[in-house]
Design a protein around this ligand. Structure first.
Ligand SMILES: *Cc1c(COP(=O)(O)O)cnc(C)c1O
Length: 211
């Protein structure tokens, strides 16, 4: 069993300790944390990792020295960044949950989330990623997103800057609208990756854009 622990980060959750065989990370996201280097990590028992390592050697996906340096440098602040992002995301999720222009908020730290009990058992924090749906649908999203001043409209996540994007036109753009609906991804879903900015500033930014 392989777990992609990119969103949780090793600060919040350790799947190997919970019985997973292997853990993968997009180091491009939280591990690097500064949206300036591409990389990945595979963690687990030596015999399993060795098989992948051999294959990787042949296919040539080798991390460049500059990216390696940036990722190592970024990881020194991983714990500080993630702990702030956990706290900030929790407060933002609660704020959005109480806003009348928002019809749904998805965050494992909310007790209304279907995975909340499991998350509480196995995570030390609920992470910096959340998503929400606007009551006004796709049209409302088109008006809302460009009005955000402190969130970058891009397809990345897990950086020091707050990043926002609609999965319908970014991560899940290759699915048909029917496939997205089946996955529970509405056309008005907004993905919000909380950065390390001041929480009050982010909430004020959301407030003015929602208004
Ligand atoms: C971005 C991402 C990937 C892909 O990683 P890259 O570093 O962009 O190649 C894989 N899994 C998750 C959960 C991601 O967010």
């Amino acid at each position: 069993m392989i777990v992609d622990n990119t969103f949780a980060t090793p600060i919040n959750q350790n799947p190997l300790a919970l019985g997973a065989d292997l853990v993968i990370h997009s180091a491009t996201k939280y591990l690097g944390g500064h949206a300036d280097a591409l990389g990945g990590a595979l963690c687990g028992p030596r015999d399993l990792v060795k098989k992948v390592f051999g294959w990787r050697e042949i296919t040539g996906a080798t991390l460049g020295p500059m990216a390696a340096y940036l990722l190592l440098r970024g990881m020194k602040t991983l714990s500080l960044r993630v702990r702030h992002q956990n706290e900030s995301a929790g407060r933002i999720a609660a704020y959005l949950n109480s806003h009348s222009a928002v019809s749904a908020v998805y965050y494992p730290g909310l007790d209304t989330h279907p995975g909340h009990e499991i998350a509480k058992k196995q995570m030390r924090g609920f992470g910096g990623m959340l998503s929400f749906e606007l009551a006004g649908g796709f049209e409302a999203m088109k008006a809302f997103l460009p009005r955000l001043n402190l969130a970058n409209l891009t397809a990345n996540l897990g950086a020091v800057e707050t990043i926002v994007g609609p999965p319908a036109t970014t991560s899940h753009v290759e699915c048909t609208p029917e496939e997205r609906a089946k996955l529970g991804i509405s056309e008005a879903l907004v993905r919000y990756s909380v950065g390390i900015e001041d929480t009050e500033d982010l909430i004020a930014d959301l407030e003015q854009a929602l208004a």
